[in-house]
Design a protein around this ligand. Sequence first.
Ligand SMILES: Nc1nc2c(ncn2[C@@H]2O[C@H](COP(=O)(O)OP(=O)(O)OP(=O)(O)O)[C@@H](O)[C@H]2O)c(=O)[nH]1
Ligand SMILES: [Mg+2]
Length: 298
Amino acid sequence: MSDVAQRPYRAGFGCFVGRPNAGKSTLTNAIVGTKIAITSNKPQTTRHIIRAVLHRPDSQLVLVDTPGLHRPRTLLGERLNDLVRETWSEVDVIGLCIPANEPIGRGDRFITGELASLRATVLAVVTKTDLVDKKRLAEQLLAVSEMGEFADVVPVSAVSGHQVDTLVDVMTGYLPESPQLYPDDMLTDDPEQVLVAELVREAALEGVRDELPHSIAVVVEEMIPEGNVTKIYADVYVERSSQKAIVIGHRGSRLKHVGTTARRQIEELLGTRVYLDLHVRVAKDWQRDPKQLRKLGF
Ligand SMILES: Nc1nc2c(ncn2[C@@H]2O[C@H](COP(=O)(O)OP(=O)(O)OP(=O)(O)O)[C@@H](O)[C@H]2O)c(=O)[nH]1
Ligand SMILES: [Mg+2]
């Protein structure tokens, strides 16, 4: 009998938490081996809760990608933090992500304190290990283990793949014995429309600065399959007309580039050819406006 047959089947939910930009979404994608969550070098990229399922012969780990916890400055920020806390109370295992290449900060200590009262098993994950040398990594591992009570401290690099499997083994070990939660071939239960909107937003974030990344929201209005082409109509929202001009660019050059980049990614996701129609619209100060937030799906 194989080893696998003797082990109990485990299934449950896990999530990565941590400050914005810590590498949570990149790690989630690396674990499931498919790009499900969007990532960028701007803080506060993730805004939607995305579930990604890792299937193994003896386990199913459902990773819930959440926004980075931060000090909210807008109604959107408050809503996102609420979503994060709600997720914490529902998962079995939590990986607190701390980048190897940045000093531990007040934000990390704050989050560690918040996690202490939860029923989930909490481990620390030192991310981006490819960016530091061995000495620095050893120092960071020590500093992290001194910061709080963690079930484990695991260093990992989502970019090089170093220790990704080890992290999965550790997390899976903390899942309850349970029947399978999702069908075999299911990678995510998020609607295609949401994933497509996120890919457009990821492309739109590239190369924009200051407050603009936070001001961009994307809504897919229609997706129409026609033979082997999917026609997609999406609105890109910004908060002010000056931002609209930046997103569109000189004679539409920026928007065109965003469309091309997003289309390639969407074609990969859907497995069809894609016709993508983007419109830029102004929704004044939507991050602070409850009505607009609802319209944009928050
Ligand atoms: N070198 C290196 N860079 C990484 C690694 N993981 C993530 N990054 C980079 O770090 C940046 C932030 O990554 P994200 O995965 O978007 O971070 P996040 O924690 O999901 O951020 P929010 O959604 O804003 O909370 C991106 O530019 C990634 O490419 C890693 O293992 N090594
Ligand atoms: Mg993210």
